[in-house]
Design a binder for this molecule. Structure first.
Ligand SMILES: Nc1ncnc2c1ncn2[C@@H]1O[C@H](COP(=O)(O)OP(=O)(O)OP(=O)(O)O)[C@@H](O)[C@H]1O
Ligand SMILES: [Mg+2]
Length: 136
């Protein structure tokens, strides 16, 4: 499995929490891919309000509406060895930073998770884009 990680700096946010946020979302994206697919990560500055938009896009299994409605609930999982805490933690971190999170998913097509977090106007944030081929 090939993976690319890009260093990201969000000065206003807690570093360990952000690492956890990105890790949880990347794990979900990778785990959703049954055989072969891609995970695409992009990071862009936003001007109004000042912040950073992180998009994680996978070509995995996608989710039905009934699943999508429950994913933020603690202990909700469809995976055999899942704890169901990944997205609950992600949502708590986003809320702690006054950010936003949105999920779009199409069964059989894939999922896009869009996170927005505020950053300081003088942040050294670098726009980044990475695509990884995943083969399980
Ligand atoms: N990118 C994704 N593609 C498809 N389904 C997803 C994706 N992300 C989350 N899900 C669905 O949402 C459920 C909850 O995700 P969450 O990360 O909270 O828990 P988990 O991945 O099951 O377990 P854990 O993260 O604790 O190991 C998953 O079981 C899965 O059904
Ligand atoms: Mg998870």
């Amino acid at each position: 499995m090939a993976r690319t990680f890009t260093a990201v700096v969000f000065p206003e946010a807690n570093r360990a929490e952000l690492r956890q946020l990105i890790w949880n979302l990347l794990m979900n994206a990778v785990q959703s891919i049954p055989e072969k697919g891609t995970v695409e990560v992009s990071l862009k500055r936003t001007a109004d309000p000042v912040g950073a938009a992180l998009d994680i896009r996978d070509t995995g299994s996608g989710m039905r509406k009934e699943v999508l409605q429950k994913v933020f609930e603690p202990f909700y999982t469809t995976r055999e060895r899942g704890t169901g805490l990944g997205l609950a933690i992600v949502r708590r971190i986003v809320e702690n930073h006054g950010g936003k999170i949105q999920l779009e998913s199409e069964p059989g097509q894939g999922t896009v998770v869009a996170v927005w977090l505020s950053t300081s106007p003088r942040t050294g944030l670098i726009t980044a884009h990475a695509v990884s081929e995943v083969e399980g």
